[in-house]
Design a protein around this ligand. Structure first.
Ligand code: ADP
Ligand code: MG
Length: 544
């Protein structure tokens, strides 16, 4: 019996935009289908290795592409892990990702095709890309270990049909009924063998499973695990396509890091820094990006044990040689060797960033704009690399419109300035208009302007840089080397101060004369150990 269900509203809108936005590079639908098939084969292999009782055939795992020129259909078939009925509904019928609404808004506002394509790609709506080339898509699947199958079909508009099948082959097949309008154009003729070969070679060569076309001998891809090959033998394009496969991103990575660890614990790591921050970077359920393999066998996605939280945006693969295949996430977190690997990966990533920063500051700024805020979290969590992280900071300051490094700040410090000054606040404008700055600017001292919420927290923990104290201009007594306030002056003001102190009793602890102002009459300062107003607001917002 077949049922007609409606796509979730966001899915429907995204599908619409997808079909009408991306004409320039429709070829990638095949890459997306192969990527999904490859993931499904990875999962099946792992399950069959761990669970010997599982009723599956893992003897010839592969991806098959079948073309029917008369019917104008293209099918991508795998004998992987498959999906249950519920999984088809939840995985294929909905886009349950945080940030979908935000993405849709941005998409509607982007006039440029290219921009839209990038936005969609960043979100990773792999399966739906089939509707760029097909006016109907049929998916048949059976989950490993189950006996019944599921058939799903849709024209990519408002609804899809779903039906239980008594039987179905192990794995998943996706059949595209290609759009008639594309049949005229050689460029989009996906029923042509050469076209399919070309796309597979270009985008999916490194896929570890054989990709077969029709009855042709031999796979279309060379199946070489990229991370196991020497760096000198891998072309940038190959790295980039591999990145897109593991990250589900559609744009080239910002940087590729390929490393190998030898000695007591052998591993290979192929890591990527994305060019753009994903939508869910700050989501509670946000994912870590590194996959764990053991001797070429895929073990898990989102391996938290391999990267600290503040480097969750790093994507890629770590292939560790000496782990057991059925290692659990919990055990991994405790594993000494994994901890050693993590430390090496962190050092390497930070060193790479430092190198980019030193060599090409413009390029580094682009990275910083995307991930700087995330990196700052490391100042709280990773005391071992604190010095390196401090050197990677780019912070806005009163010196210029562009942010500065702490090193450059220190180099500009005039004679007589011994501390590094900063002020936290909600925006650059609020900080710049604050009376707290006056005396510092008057003396020619530069003040860092810290407006990220996380700034409030790390400045509490990092007390110095390069032997110089980090000092808030809005807290405590600041010694600007101004002349002492003369005793007569203090005496003269005593009645006023006492009166103000009584009048404001419920709001302030003390009213005193200050040398920190030049033109403003008064300002409020916190005690050395007080929370800043922004931090107070943050805590209040969190209900504390
Ligand atoms: P992503 O691959 O980024 O998760 P997709 O839209 O490509 O997004 O696929 C959505 C989900 O559907 C996948 O995560 C997977 O769980 C499931 N899926 C898609 N294709 C297959 C397949 N061939 N075999 C098993 N599951 C699949
Ligand atoms: Mg996918």
């Amino acid at each position: 019996m077949s049922e007609t269900l409606e796509f979730q509203a966001e899915t429907r809108q995204l599908l619409q935009l997808m079909v009408h936005s991306i004409y320039s590079n429709k070829d990638i639908f095949l890459r997306e289908l192969i990527s999904n098939a490859s993931d499904a084969l990875d999962k099946l292999r792992l399950e069959s290795l761990i669970d010997k009782e599982l009723d599956v055939d893992a003897s010839d795992l592969h991806i098959a592409i079948e073309i029917d020129k008369d019917q104008r259909t293209l099918t991508v078939r795998d004998n992987g892990v498959g999906m249950s009925h519920e999984e088809v509904v939840s995985l294929i019928g909905t886009i349950a990702k945080s940030g979908t609404a935000e993405l849709l808004r941005k998409l509607r506002e982007s006039p440029e095709q290219q921009q839209r394509a990038e936005l969609i790609g960043q979100f990773g709506v792999g399966f739906y890309s089939t509707f760029m080339v097909a006016d109907k898509v049929t998916l048949v699947t059976r989950k490993a270990g189950e006996h019944h199958g599921t058939r799903w079909e849709s024209a990519g508009e408002g609804t899809y049909e779903i039906e239980a099948l008594d039987e179905a082959p192990q794995g998943t097949s996706v059949t595209l009924h290609l759009k008639p309008e594309d049949s005229e154009d050689q460029l989009f003729d996906y029923t042509a063998d050469w076209k399919v070969r070309e796309i597979v070679k270009k985008y999916s060569d490194f896929i570890a499973w054989p990709i077969r076309l029709g009855a042709a001998d031999g796979p279309l891809n060379s199946m070489k695990a990229l991370w196991a090959r020497p760096r000198s033998e891998v072309a940038d394009e190959e790295y980039h396509e591999f990145y897109k496969h593991v990250s589900h991103d559609w744009t080239d990575p910002f940087e590729t890091i390929h490393m190998r660890g030898e000695g007591t614990f052998e591993y290979e790591a192929l890591l990527f820094i994305p060019a753009r921050a994903p939508f869910d970077l700050y989501a509670r359920d946000g994912k870590h990006g590194v996959q764990l393999y053991v001797k070429r066998v895929f073990i898990m996605d989102d391996c938290e044990a391999l990267t600290p939280r503040y480097l969750r945006f790093i994507k890629g693969v770590v292939d560790a040689h000496d782990l057991s295949l059925n290692i659990s996430r919990e055990i991994l977190q405790q594993d000494r060797q994994i901890q050693v690997v993590q430390r090496r990966l962190v050092k390497k990533v930070l060193a790479t960033l430092k190198e980019i920063k030193d060599k090409d500051s413009e390029r580094y700024s682009a990275f910083w704009a995307e991930f700087g805020r995330t990196l700052k979290e490391g100042l709280l969590d990773d005391s071992e690399n604190r010095e390196t992280l401090l050197d990677l900071l780019l912070l806005p300051s009163t010196h210029a419109a562009e942010p500065t490094s702490l090193r450059d700040y220190v180099e500009r410090m005039p004679e007589g300035q011994s501390d590094i000054y900063y002020m936290t606040g909600e925006s650059r404008a609020t900080v710049e208009h604050s009376p707290h700055l006056e005396a510092f600017l008057a003396k020619g001292y530069e003040v860092l302007i810290l407006t990220d919420p996380v700034d409030e927290v790390w400045v509490e923990q990092v007390t110095e840089y390069d032997g110089k104290a980090l000092q808030s201009v809005a807290k405590g007594q600041v010694d600007l080397g101004a002349e002492e306030i003369a005793p007569e002056r203090s005496e003269g003001f005593a009645p006023l101060l006492t009166w103000l102190g009584t009048a404001l009793e419920s709001d302030v602890k003390e009213v005193r004369l200050s040398t920190r102002l030049t033109t403003s009459a008064a300002c409020i300062v916190g005690d050395k150990d007080d929370m800043t107003p922004t931090l107070e607001k943050m805590y209040r917002a969190m209900g504390q």
